[in-house]
Design a protein around this ligand. Structure first.
Ligand SMILES: [Cu+2]
Length: 495
């Protein structure tokens, strides 16, 4: 079988090589099937590159000759939300994380202007992986606040390339969001698709815990240990979820330009409910077909393309899956259009995966935290915030109705066990629960895992929500109650 295929393979790769040499303009070298080349001096008037903010991608250059392209990119240090109610000072290329998307054509001469806004505090530079030359531009672009640097390079290789800041401490500049993508189109351009989107993963290190409210600083220790607090697509939790999901329609083809800025983690990029028809792995010239998950190294990129056959919400994740559910690495693509029951029965089950993240936002949670900090927290605010968190944290087992599942998960609705000692529920949520327990006359002997990801605020709000829902007796648990219980308590025992 293998023998028979071999001559065929040789024949087809020869055909490929011949095809390439004939379609590539003079001056381009063909090495190992890949083109690398200088197509001569730029032609025509200089062109100002169109830069786009994520998730948008600039239009195809549509050019068949090399040009001189001028890129103006400004570094801005900005304070933004990294998660609902959590702010962080990002360092950005163009005001966004990831930075502005740059699109040129192979053979173009790029005149690069890097500006460092006068209000910035740090010097910055840029290393573009699409540049041939020491430092990828870094050595020529070191720029103090209020200054501008200029350098020129020829885009010799086609591909999707990461760019990033390379000013010391390099890891810190990247961890603060200083990365983006530059697409160098092959001479013949890329096949046309209905949508092109720009998505880039990055890991973030904050002094506080995941979703700990308020302003958070960069934590160098966690970064060195490679223990991120957040792993995100496009620089914020929820940047591409709910009403910010990427839109598409049934019947359309979508191409994602996916980068990984790191600084540390490698991404196992996957779209739940889709199969990539094509992946230009490592951002290079070859594509693989029928791919479930593609590996994107830190400082690397890939183009992933798929056709939408049935409507629904598709989840973009890092399949190192705790990053998705506990560190924020979740984006959404929402496809509208007619069902096709021959392909899929049509029941939407994304809530199984996303829980509370399916909602447009968690504003009620940050409102409650802010109110608690200023001493104006009302019972109603607590219940609202607790309800948002209950969905997704507790509802998978106890159900959104609080009814539980007979014989498996005890009810929280009208639970006599809960009513007998409401404060005991604090310990149950923090430490989990196991052993025999009787609720409303029925015995359960199962295990509830500890909910260690919840902050004291969140535990207080969830338990308050439970106490004030489904005919339960009411009551209010404060953050202080939880903090005290955490300091004092032992895991709760059933009896
Ligand atoms: Cu920098």
């Amino acid at each position: 079988m293998k023998r028979a295929l071999l001559p065929l393979l040789i024949a087809s790769s020869l055909a490929l090589a011949v095809g390439l040499t004939s379609s590539v303009p003079a001056g381009a070298a063909v090495t190992g099937g890949a083109t690398h080349g200088d197509f001569g001096p730029p032609q025509g008037a200089p062109i100002n590159a169109i830069l786009t903010s994520p998730p948008m991608v600039p239009p195809a250059t549509g050019r068949h000759v090399p040009a001189k392209v001028i890129v103006n990119l400004e570094v801005r240090e900005v304070e933004r939300e990294i998660s609902e109610g959590v702010t962080y000072t990002f360092w950005t290329f163009g005001g966004t994380v990831p930075g502005s998307f740059i699109r040129v054509r192979q053979g173009d001469t790029v005149e690069f202007h890097l500006k460092n806004h006068q209000d910035n505090k740090m010097p910055h530079n840029i290393d573009l992986h699409g540049v041939t030359g020491p430092g990828g531009g870094a050595a020529s672009s070191f720029t103090a606040p209020g200054h501008e640097s200029q350098f020129t390079f020829k885009a010799l290789n086609a591909g999707l390339f990461v760019y990033h800041c390379a000013t010391a401490p390099v890891g810190m500049h990247i961890a603060n969001g200083m990365y983006g993508l530059i697409l160098v189109e092959p001479p013949q351009g890329l096949p046309k698709v209905d949508h092109e989107y720009y998505v880039m993963q990055g890991d973030f290190y904050t002094t506080g815990k995941y979703r700990e409210k308020g302003h958070q600083d960069f934590d160098m220790g966690k970064a060195i240990d490679e223990r991120p607090t957040y792993v995100l697509f496009n620089g914020a939790e929820g940047a591409l979820t709910g009403d910010k999901a990427l839109p598409a329609k049934v019947g359309e083809t979508v191409r994602l330009y996916v980068g990984n800025g790191g600084p540390n983690l490698v991404s196992s990029f996957h779209v739940i409910g889709e199969i990539f028809d094509k992946v230009w792995f490592e951002g290079g010239s070859h594509f693989q077909e029928n791919v479930q998950t593609t590996l994107i190294p830190s400082g690397g990129a890939a183009m992933a393309q798929f056709h939408i056959d049935v409507p629904g919400t598709y989840l973009l994740v890092d399949h190192s899956i705790f990053r998705t559910f506990n560190k924020g690495a979740l984006a959404m693509l929402k496809a509208t259009g007619p069902e096709n029951h021959a392909i899929y029965s049509g029941k939407e089950v994304d809530s199984t995966y996303v829980g509370e993240r399916a909602a447009p936002n968690l504003t009620s949670v940050s409102v409650a935290t802010a109110a608690a900090a200023s001493g104006t927290l009302t019972l109603e605010q607590q219940v609202k915030a607790g309800g948002a968190l209950f969905n997704g944290t507790c509802s998978a087992c106890h159900q959104a109705s609080g009814a539980g599942l007979p014989g498996v998960f005890p009810p929280l609705a009208k639970s006599d066990f809960l009513a007998a000692d409401p404060k005991r529920a604090i310990g149950i949520v923090m430490h989990g629960f196991n052993g025999k327990v009787t609720v409303n006359g029925q015995q359960y002997d199962s295990v509830m895992p500890p909910m260690t990801q919840l902050s004291d605020d969140e535990v207080a709000n969830i338990v308050t929500y439970v106490l004030n829902s489904w005919g339960n007796p009411g009551g209010q648990i404060s953050t202080d109650d939880v903090t005290k219980a955490r300091a004092a308590s032992q895991p709760a025992e059933g009896h």
